[in-house]
Structures are given as structure tokens and as C-alpha cells.
Design a protein around this ligand. Structure first.
Ligand SMILES: Cc1cc2nc3c(=O)[nH]c(=O)nc-3n(C[C@H](O)[C@H](O)[C@H](O)COP(=O)(O)O)c2cc1C
Length: 223
């Protein structure tokens, strides 16, 4: 697969087939992805994976935690800044509108929209869940490096016929997930990632998010 094809084919998949993904395949994927770059080659990332019965156990644990306390765990990391400014605010809004339009959930049906979001905590049906964490002592630079690993995993997954969805939604349940993996106090959970075979028939997987033109985000000086 050409790099450009992978970059363009990678989307956030939000409906998966239940097809099993063997542990060996996940290991091989991580073995390839570890070649992602990081400043000073610190390789600051930690990856925590669930599949098989462990995946189901985590989903059940989180479901129970949500039932007991529908409010998010105390947020250490805000998913977005408190009042998002333009053009980012509109982009976020548009993404939600486009997604719910495909799902056939109207704007006024807030309960249905919220209910749908809970699919995050089942990895959208994916058989594998990955989580990414960093030592709390790391700073912003290392957070960016972790992103490079995540994108590398997402691109390499495509070559194996697998799809992904990065899931910061899990940050809202960071405490529960950290306890599940018995993460040491010094380790901060960042994000989850669903991994599996995409459901080709699911309407939500038809979502193609827009991107700003190069001139909107790049300044190129040539003289
Ligand atoms: C770090 C990160 C976290 C994300 N968290 C979620 C999430 O919790 N749930 C979700 O449905 N999508 C999530 N997304 C997907 C974004 O909405 C998506 O990447 C963006 O809209 C661009 O669409 P695309 O990935 O299909 O190109 C996340 C993406 C990133 C990069």
C-alpha cells in the first residue's frame, strides 16, 4: 500500500465487525509501529491492549462504572479547551452534525445522541482496544511524540485490512481504565483506540471529514 493511499484511506471507523483479531497480529502491528519517531528517541509511550475475554471484561467494568456514576471520572486532561474558538468550534460542530445525519439522529434528540456516544466504551464493536499512556513527568513534546506512534499504528493497521478509531472519549473513564490495567500512579492515561475489521455496511463509516486547504494552515516563505 502506498503511503499516500494509507494516509487518505485512514478514517475514524465507528462500526466494526466482531471478527477476531489474533494477539499475534496485534503484536506484529506494534512491532512495526515501534519505528515511529520520537524526539531524542525517548520512545516515551506505553501501550495497553485488551482483546478476547479481557476486552469484554473491561467493557463490562466500564459499563458498570457508567451505570453507577454517569458523570465522567475527574478529568485530568481536558479533551478540548474550555471555550473553543473559530474556526475550530465550527469544525467540531460540523463533524458532529455530519455524523449524526448519517446515523439519522436529529439535533433535538439529545438522549439518542448521548446514547450513541456510549458506543465509544464498547470500542464501537471492535474486538481489540488499545490505550496509550505517558509518565506524568513528560511534557508537551512527548505528548506530540505519542501522537506519532498512534498515527503510525493507524496507518499500518490498514495494510493488515484493519481499521481504527482513536478515542479520547476514554479519558472520561481514565480512572476506571487505569485501575483495570493497574497503571502505576505516575502513569497518565491519554487515549484509547479501537482496532478491528470495519463494518462495510454501517452508515457511520461513510463519514468523510473535511480538511482546511493548505493556505489556511501553512505559511510558506520562499524568498
Ligand atoms: C486523539 C484523537 C482522539 C479522538 N477521539 C475520538 C473519540 O473519542 N470518539 C470518536 O468517535 N472519534 C474520536 N476521534 C476521531 C476524530 O473525530 C477524527 O479523527 C476527526 O474527525 C477526523 O476524521 P477522520 O479520522 O475520519 O479523518 C479522535 C481523533 C483523535 C486524533
Amino acid at each position: 500500500m502506498h503511503v499516500l493511499d494509507a494516509v487518505k484511506a485512514r478514517i475514524s471507523t465507528r462500526a466494526f465487525l466482531p471478527d477476531h483479531v489474533p494477539e499475534a497480529e496485534v503484536r506484529a502491528l506494534l512491532d512495526d509501529a515501534r519505528w515511529a519517531p520520537s524526539g531524542g528517541n525517548l520512545q516515551p509511550w506505553k501501550v495497553h491492549v485488551v482483546l478476547g475475554p479481557a476486552r469484554d471484561r473491561l467493557v463490562e467494568t466500564v459499563k458498570k462504572a457508567i451505570a453507577e456514576n454517569p458523570f465522567a471520572d475527574e478529568a485530568e486532561l481536558a479533551i478540548y479547551p474550555p471555550s473553543l474558538w473559530e474556526p475550530h468550534r465550527t469544525r467540531r460542530y460540523q463533524l458532529g452534525e455530519d455524523m449524526y445525519a448519517l446515523l439519522g439522529i436529529p439535533r433535538e434528540d439529545k438522549p439518542a445522541r448521548l446514547q450513541w456516544l456510549l458506543n465509544n466504551y464498547e470500542f464501537f464493536g471492535a474486538p481489540v482496544g488499545l490505550f496509550f499512556s505517558l509518565d506524568r513527568r513528560f511534557d508537551k513534546g512527548q505528548w506530540a511524540h505519542l501522537g506519532m506512534l498512534m498515527q503510525t499504528i493507524a496507518l499500518l493497521a490498514l495494510e493488515r485490512g484493519l481499521a481504527t478509531c482513536m478515542q479520547e472519549a476514554w479519558a472520561a473513564r481514565a480512572k476506571t481504565v487505569s485501575e483495570f490495567f493497574e497503571l502505576p500512579e505516575g502513569e497518565q492515561l491519554y487515549c484509547g483506540m479501537a482496532l478491528g475489521k470495519p463494518d462495510p455496511d454501517a452508515a457511520v463509516n461513510k463519514l468523510r471529514s473535511a480538511r482546511a486547504d493548505v493556505d489556511e494552515f501553512a505559511t510558506i516563505l520562499s524568498a
